[in-house]
Write a protein that binds this ligand. Structure first.
Ligand code: NAD
Ligand code: MG
Length: 392
């Protein structure tokens, strides 16, 4: 049965945000945009407002807010333009919102996504950093409010689809033996190790299979993205580090797999296009058209699988280490990574310095317990300053 869903998109101008709007536009009878948000892309957000007529638009930067207000007024649109982090929370928790697409990049996504969870909204979670930083706080909030949580990260969406319906976090009672998390290996999978020290941000962002924002593209090149996804899978599916196996699969056709105790292995396949998991999340438990081309198995012809190379990709090992260390360790890992990736994108440090910065910060800072959001935010701030200090 079709009921109209009112949707807030956090990060609507980004890669996931625009793909979400692409799917939404195909189903005007199902979805209506309640709010759109971005950091400072006033002109792109204005065009989206013209097309999708949200009630609210939120920006974070003052100059951009003024520009959008001006353009909205000139065009005579009835969109209310709001500013700041509190406004992000407001458009997630408002009574008129049914679902929130959490597609801000990085730690900035945590507060509004958590607010949506506390308000019991349906959450389409792309912002994996929320779970990496504050997994227990966030999952507690989801359980307490009864939020429906739908993973949008393609791997986790695949796992969600391959797990039994009604899976409650107990692998044993559901006969699940392992989770197999696929990884493309990124643009540097086969680059000679001797060349990795002078790769450029442009090379790192040229992903062979997926078109994504710059931060996650660098994370994919270092395989920190897969490390963050291991931690994300831990929280989403209540799987221990030892029960999550990374499988390098360069074609990115199998988006992940679930292995059962009887020997069955269930996978979800498709073309590498985020509109598939987005459409799944938007219409769940129904299926709707996403605009993604049908998978042509004859064209793919063959698929490869290899074990991850932890020596080539130290970030992956660091993420497993942080997951096992628990407490604030994943938040420290995430913050140090964000600082290091930004420095790499600004050409302040080389590619191989990214894991060095993170490892030093992880060794330097004590790991504490996570009781509430403040513990997470304190660890995040401390790790950012420790990482910045290393950049000189
Ligand atoms: P992106 O850089 O393309 O877009 C980020 C969006 O967040 C933009 O709208 C930007 O304006 C907004 N934003 C950035 N900084 C902000 C801040 N400080 N405050 C408020 N808003 C801010 O990123 P993306 O590739 O779309 O990724 C978004 C999230 O989805 C990330 O957490 C990423 O890991 C996850 N994800 C992305 C993909 C993908 O294919 N792009 C796949 C899986 C998961
Ligand atoms: Mg992914």
């Amino acid at each position: 049965m079709k009921t109209l869903q009112h949707i807030t998109i956090l990060g609507s101008t980004g890669s996931i945000g625009t793909s979400t709007l692409d799917v939404v536009a195909r189903h005007p009878d199902r979805f209506q945009i309640f709010a759109l948000t971005a950091y400072r892309q006033a002109d792109v957000l204005f065009e989206q407002c013209v097309r999708f007529k949200p009630k609210y638009a939120v920006l974070l930067e003052d100059g951009a807010v003024a520009r959008l207000r001006e353009r909205v007024r000139e065009a005579g649109l009835s969109v209310e333009v709001l500013a700041g982090v509190q406004a992000l929370e407001q458009v997630c928790t408002a009574a008129g919102v049914d679902a929130v697409m959490a597609a801000i990049v990085g730690a900035a996504g945590l507060r509004p996504t958590l607010a949506a969870a506390r308000a019991g909204k349906k959450i389409l979670l792309a912002n994996k950093e929320t779970l990496v930083m504050a997994g227990n706080v966030f999952m507690d909030a989801v359980r307490a409010s009864g939020s429906v949580l739908l993973p949008i990260d393609s791997e986790h969406n695949a796992i969600f689809q391959a797990l039994p319906r009604g899976y409650d976090g107990n692998m044993q009672t559901h006969g699940v033996r392992r989770i197999l998390l696929t990884a493309s290996g990124g643009p540097f999978r086969d680059t000679p190790l001797s060349e990795l020290h002078n790769v450029t941000p442009e090379q790192a962002c040229a992903h062979p299979n997926w078109v994504m924002g710059r931060k996650i593209s660098v994370d994919s090149a270092s395989m920190m993205n897969k490390g963050l996804e291991v931690i994300e899978a831990h929280w989403l599916f209540n799987a221990a580090a030892d029960d999550i196996q990374v499988v390098v699969h360069p074609q990115s056709v199998i988006h992940s797999l679930v292995e059962y105790v009887d020997g069955s292995v269930l996978a979800q396949l498709g073309n590498p296009d985020m509109r598939t998991p987005i459409a799944y999340g938007l219409a769940y438990p129904e299926r709707i058209a996403s605009g993604v081309a049908p998978l042509d198995l004859f064209k793919i012809a063959s698929m490869d699988f290899v074990a991850p190379d932890f020596a080539r990709f130290p970030c992956l090992a660091l993420a497993y280490h942080a997951l096992r260390a628990a407490g604030t360790a994943p938040a420290i890992l995430n913050a140090a990574n964000e600082v290091a990736v930004a420095a790499f994108l600004n050409k302040q440090i080389g590619f191989l310095a990214i894991p060095q910065v993170i490892e030093t910060v992880l060794n330097q800072l004590p790991v504490g317990a996570v009781r509430d959001l403040d513990d997470v935010l304190a660890a995040d701030a401390e790790a950012r300053s420790a990482a910045s200090a290393q950049l000189g």
